[in-house]
Design a protein around this ligand. Structure first.
Ligand code: HEM
Length: 315
């Protein structure tokens, strides 16, 4: 995918839009009626108009927006075919921790350098959607110093770049009708920072699989680290990556500290494998210890159509 953000605004559905200082993750449910569906179809197919209206007001603001469509909503759109891997998020139940599945018809992933642009786009979007949707979840994330999560570790280092990013995130000839699209999984995690802070830094580093201060990768350990569990290598020795754009969020006054996980992949099963390895463990029983301090409170899956396909949903 060309670097379309060289021009303002960034074309909607640009999965590899730049990492930003702020983001909003908005999950909505579409009302039952056909009228509501028709109205929503009109708004999302013309999301580019809204992105242009807000994005052009700050040429350096790097506003971008991605619309993801859940399985039930896709089926309601009455298209003759469905992206081959699109299904609802299936809960992953480990012996100790569960990746819950929660409702959502549409995901809006809004990114910009500053929160005002994200806010403005969300405000106008929800005004247009009106009573045709109900908000299931809304999270405003912020970049925390040198891209750290609230556990204190640099998050996002091993993301694919360049041609590998396109290969890992965009559907190709394997599902040609939906080429240029992507799958996206989101989960909202809440951290127990009090317990986390009781661990030594060395223990925290063993859990994550990287050093805390200078972000250097550690060798695989006996009890697999978060990094080890999320390194997916197939029988041919090929590593399968995803693109993450996690954001910290929280409210110290309310005692809420979280990470909003968002992962894009051309092959949804890669993310599902990661979740199985984290929650069930690899080998089973040895779950990701990040989960002892981080509870998944939402989980949902969406298909991200290419911008052309999104626009054609109006027809
Ligand atoms: C509480 C939620 C999470 C936190 C705080 C978190 C944090 C981190 C950190 C600090 C790293 C190391 C630096 C990096 O390469 O980014 C990392 C790596 C990674 N995480 Fe997470 N993560 C979370 C959830 C998830 C989930 C749910 C998945 C997948 C379903 C995932 C997939 C990955 C992958 C693929 C890597 C890179 C592994 C590698 O190749 O080295 N993470 N994560």
């Amino acid at each position: 995918m060309a670097n379309t953000w060289a021009r303002v605004p960034i074309e909607p559905q640009t999965v590899n839009a730049p990492l930003s200082g702020s983001a909003i993750f908005l999950v909505v449910r579409i009302a039952e009626s056909d009228e509501a569906l028709a109205a929503v179809r009109g708004v999302i197919s013309d999301i580019g108009g809204l992105v242009r209206a807000v994005g052009f007001r700050d040429l350096g603001g790097q506003l971008s927006c991605i619309v993801g469509i859940g399985r039930a909503a896709w089926d309601r759109l009455g298209r003759p075919t469905r992206p081959s891997q699109l299904h609802p998020f299936a809960a992953v139940r480990g012996a100790v921790h569960t990746a819950v599945s929660t409702p959502g018809d549409l995901l809006f992933h809004i990114r910009a350098d500053a929160p005002d642009m994200c806010f403005e786009l969300e405000r106008l979007l929800l005004e247009k959607l009106g009573a045709n949707v109900t908000v299931e979840d809304e999270v405003s994330g912020f970049r925390y110093f040198d891209a750290r999560d609230l556990l204190g570790f640099v998050d996002g280092t091993e993301n694919p770049t360049g041609a590998a990013m396109e290969h890992d995130t965009l559907i190709g000839g394997e599902d040609a009708e939906f080429a240029g699209g992507s799958y996206v999984v989101v989960q909202k995690y809440l951290h127990d920072l009090t317990s986390w802070a009781k661990l030594s830094v060395a223990e925290q580093e063993r859990i994550i699989g990287r050093t805390k201060l200078d972000n250097v990768e550690l060798d695989p350990s006996e009890r697999p680290s978060h990094k080890d569990l999320n390194t997916i290598v197939d029988a041919e020795g090929v590593e399968h990556d995803i693109l993450r754009d996690n954001m910290p969020f929280g409210s110290p006054g309310a005692g809420e500290f979280g990470t909003y996980f968002i992962g894009y992949a051309a092959d949804l099963s890669t993310i599902e494998k990661m979740l199985e390895r984290m929650f069930i463990g690899a080998p089973p029983g040895q779950h990701d210890r990040i989960l002892d301090f981080s509870k998944a409170v939402t989980g949902s899956t969406y298909f991200v159509p290419s911008n052309d396909l999104l626009e054609s949903l109006a027809d």
